[in-house]
Design a protein. Sequence first.
Length: 550
Amino acid sequence: MEFAELIKTPRVDGVVLHRPFLPLVEGTLCLTGHHLILSSRQDNTEELWLLHADIDFIEKRFVGSSGTIIVKCKDLRIIQLDIPGMEECLNIASSIEALSTLDSVSLMYPFFYRPMFEVIEDGWNLFLPEESFKDLESMTDEWRLSEVNRDFSICPSYPPLVVVPKDTDDDTLLKVASFRHGGRFPVLSYYHKKNGMVMMRAGQPLIGPNGRRCKEDEKLINATLRAGKRGYIIDTRATAVAQQAKARGGGFEQEANYPQWRRIHKTIERYSVLQDSLIKLVEACNDQSHSMDRWLSKLEASNWLSHIKEILTTACLAAQCIDREGATVLVHGTEGTDSTLQVTSLAQILLDPSCRTIRGFQALVEREWLQAGHPFQHRCAQSAYSSGKLHGEAPIFLLFLDCTWQILRQFPCSFEFNENFLVLLFEHAYATQFGTFLGNSAAERSATLKLPQKTVSLWSWVNRPQEMEGFVNPLYEPNSLVIWPSVAPQSLQLWEGVFLRWNRSSKCLDEAYEEMVHIIEYNKELQKKVNSLRRQLAQLETEGSPLHTP
């Protein structure tokens, strides 16, 4: 297919761009295969370059012979384009609709993007399973790296290499895979070096209505228990939902067959419930016509902060079982690719200081989301302005980032990265020039789409020093301790940096941030002078002591 076939009117003059808190821009609107571009002949006017993939929905309005297109973006922006000419407006609108809903992933911009920067590090090779396993090997010899899934035939949503108990052979893994949803047998998610406890993740067991049993599965997870210790199975579904799954062939671990494990159900909502919550939240944030009481009521009715509380509470439970009770934890819901990953990744942020660094967080996203099979292509196909029937869209990853921001806000000195880094990941998960978040699994990314060969990794761009500077938290002081965030309602706040950034001017916040950075830098300079004077004083005292008197 040629993009030109979808572009009915490639260029229109006299288009007026409206954006919140910015002056009107009149210029020429151009459509390319991947971008909507508006440029003006006026000096010092910033051009608009908008990826078609970032467009969630458009509305058309007509007054006389002219038309207006309201463009609603996946990053929650709303921009308005006034277009002279009815026909031109209709042509532009239909072209945008076609170009923003392309079915083929290989036609998306990352396959056509050529970086204008020097690639210092290839992001595709930064966080390979075999490299992270070397760190584990230095701490324990109880685990091994299995190639049982090297051709993705056992589990299409797992990477080719997975970490499993050392005494569990590949034949056992094959049998366990047939007993777990989607072939997602239990694999190592995290090793807590403080006490040697571990966290695993998996898909639900396929118990079914007849109570099917798999002794290999029982043996595998029991192999992770220490002598005399019990483990915890954290099921991210309500008990009733898990019971319903059993009637459909799924289910949960039976206590009689897993006597050393205690099962805990913690309800984390899924799919359409979460998508509906996001839509209601953004509607509330975009509605400036009501009183504060009405706005707060709409915010509460969205249940967004309730979902945040549920996820953080479950992650804290997992972290507490590992760190305070010294127990092994297995986390799963139904598929093990959504709420399971929210819990395992957030628990690691609480437990592991390295996950609070910029590179460590990248490694966490790579390991617990990309390699662990979160279906980004499906979940991020539409954002808050989606219309019509949903096809698996849900803000699972956005909720994880929001939970991370909540923790960062409560522990502002314990994270090397700032809020801008989290916002960046949100934006690129939904629309990007990089290939990192394309596809639904490691199998799709490497075997089907061949992304490492055909696209550029987001990490290749982020890890350049000039870009990294913008993501560094000036308050950061390495904290080796486990952190425990509050999940009380008064402790959780709306993430204004995402949900209100297009609805209010950020000038005051930007000025305050710059002033804070200035004060920190000034304090560092003063500290250097104090240290220098102390060294000089110590030297003078030494030279003037009786032992050194001529």
